[in-house]
Design a protein around this ligand. Structure first.
Ligand SMILES: Nc1ncnc2c1ncn2[C@@H]1O[C@H](COP(=O)(O)OP(=O)(O)OP(=O)(O)O)[C@@H](O)[C@H]1O
Ligand SMILES: Cc1cn([C@H]2C[C@H](O)[C@@H](COP(=O)(O)O)O2)c(=O)[nH]c1=O
Length: 189
């Protein structure tokens, strides 16, 4: 089963993926952006450099996704795959940018993935207060520098993305302690 852990920056995705890896020892653990050799180069570009064109940024994430689906997801689709982000983030961040129409965002993402979507989506949902605290504890990258309100609108857009793709969504309270969240996810998988 292909599942994805979604959430805004600092929601605790990497923390949970690490815990899930300890539980599902044979699972394929992967991520977007950066789950392939090409993807790590794309990740460096999109998160490091100042990209002026929103369309260029969107297309770079799409290129990462197409390579990831072909090289990691499709060859392992019969196994347990746990991914840190997926098409769901791709659609959510693009919807909030507002530069590209909803129809084009969904269509181009379907093209990049050949319609290979996660079976279950876990959204680690943060409160504004906890998000502010967690951001204050780290050095912010280019996307995180866009601010708290921007990231909270992405959180809503993640829900919308699952509706557009008709995916099963499990919302998890990301302010709970780490072990409790892991147990909730394992129970639902
Ligand atoms: N349930 C939790 N309660 C308190 N702190 C947490 C919890 N989960 C994660 N954290 C802390 O929040 C910070 C962000 O966690 P993590 O890196 O796992 O998030 P992320 O969603 O992968 O972030 P990003 O998208 O920015 O890479 C870390 O300092 C981590 O230790
Ligand atoms: C897949 C995807 C991601 N993003 C953004 C979301 C985050 O700010 C970064 C990825 O960093 P993380 O440490 O892996 O959370 O990129 C995006 O804007 N569009 C996308 O399609």
């Amino acid at each position: 089963m292909y599942v994805t852990i979604e959430g805004i920056d600092t929601a605790g995705k990497s923390t949970q993926i690490q815990k899930l890896q300890e539980h599902f020892k044979d699972a394929i653990i992967t991520k977007e952006p950066g789950g392939t050799k090409l993807g790590s180069k794309i990740r460096e570009i999109v998160l490091g450099a100042q990209i002026n064109s929103k369309k260029a940024e969107f297309l770079l994430f799409l290129a990462d996704r197409a390579e990831h689906i072909q090289e990691v997801i499709k060859p392992n689709i019969s196994k347990m795959i746990i991914s840190d982000r997926s098409i769901v983030s791709g659609i959510a961040y693009a919807l909030v940018q507002g530069e590209i129409s909803e129809t084009a965002i969904v269509h181009l993402n379907r093209f990049a993935t050949d319609g290979t979507y996660p079976k279950k989506v876990f959204l680690l949902k943060l409160t504004k207060e906890e998000l502010e605290f967690r951001l204050s504890q780290k050095k912010l990258d280019g996307i995180e520098l866009r601010g708290v309100e921007y990231l909270l609108s992405i959180q809503d857009a993640i829900v919308k993305a699952t509706e557009l793709l008709e995916l099963e969504l499990v919302v998890v309270d990301a302010t709970k302690d780490i072990e409790t969240i892991t147990k909730e996810i394992i129970k639902s998988i």
